[in-house]
Design a protein around this ligand. Sequence first.
Ligand code: GLU
Length: 452
Amino acid sequence: MSKYIDRVLEECRQKNAGEPEFLQTVEEVLTSLAPVIDAHPEYEEASLLERMIEPERVIEFRVTWLDDQGKYQVNRGYRVQYNGALGPYKGGLRFHPSVNLSIIKFLGFEQVYKDALTGLPIGGAKGGSDFDPRGKSDGEVMRFCQAYMTELYRHIGQDIDCPAGDLGCGGREIGYMYGQYRRLVGASEFGALSGKAVSTGGSIMRAEATGFGSVYYLVEVLKHEGETIEGKRLAISGFGNVAWGVIRKTAELGGKVVAMSGPDGYIYDPDGITTDEKIDYVLQMRASGRDKVQDYADKFGCEFHAGEKPWGLGSDKVDIMMPCATQNDVNMDSAKKIAASGIKYYIEVANMPTTNDALEFLKGQKHMVIAPSKAVNACGVAVSALEMAQNAERLYWTAEEVDEKMHAIMKNIYNSSVECAERYGLGYDLVAGANIAGFQKVADAMMAQGIF
Ligand code: GLU
């Protein structure tokens, strides 16, 4: 590996010792860039990697709100504006008790290269809070969102930074935050937030985009192997919005999700989650706030495996595995089970769902094809950028128009990843290819813009 990368990684470890998730993603991305760094000595002269790993701006703030009992509650809010070389900062807000600076920096760093891969004019950012929306009343969620925006509004704007949703932050939360933003600035500036309801400047298909786009990417991967999605059986983790999109699009294209997990275990339904009733029930399970996938097994009478993940299922039951939950869902233990199961396709969907050792191990399995989340899940943020474009035009596009663009974007991400890996002699390596393709776009823009 390039000495320059080694040195930058060592400095990064020293400077950010208490931030394991952030160090994990920096290590994963930088180690895959060796052939590009070797081919471009000017990057080292320009201290490009040092600049890329340092966020342009980190904003941390207090969020005080009143709960239903009239008690003061205090949370911590974040926005990390990571890299604006390609356009206004863009990326979601995560509301979850696990949120800390390491998590937001890891997500922000990933977002920079994901956003670059879309080919759209957006920089990368991420934000959020350690607020836990579970068990909160609607009024409490609204007061929290308003308090959060009361600080954040001064840092964002349609040409500055456009936040959207992530875990724990969906259409309802974006609606409350947009309302507060509009009151504070005194203008209908739709492009300051994306993931809005279609009635208030949102794009049609935004809710479906991440899941649908992941399946469009999967279709490209299968095509490369001379296969189609028809009849394919998928195991996924998670049952949130993204998982729901994957389930729906897979069913529409003739495949089926047969296993799905939650914090309590996983369900196995050999008939697949394919009917409207079952697919709608996944949404209801999420909305109930119970966080239990067992409810599905109880309702539809299928197997439930308490306390287990679906990664141990064999190739007699599953063809494709797609982690759709959250970071580090698949560790070395799970990776060994996946490799031993005989399945061929491991397609990451959630942001950084695989630990670095597990990812290296899976990449080393000659019988497997591995695809990385920053490419696979990029359609969510891509449709957010399309929402910004519609807002700027003051027009709404039809579902067909948006879907056509989603297809083209995902094909382009897949193709450019394949081309970049080949160009640097790495063969068919979708993981390194995506890192290089994203990196190259950001690197070109930063080099062109001079010192910053
Ligand atoms: N949070 C999503 C992501 O991880 C979407 C971000 C956005 O739409 O700005 O890409």
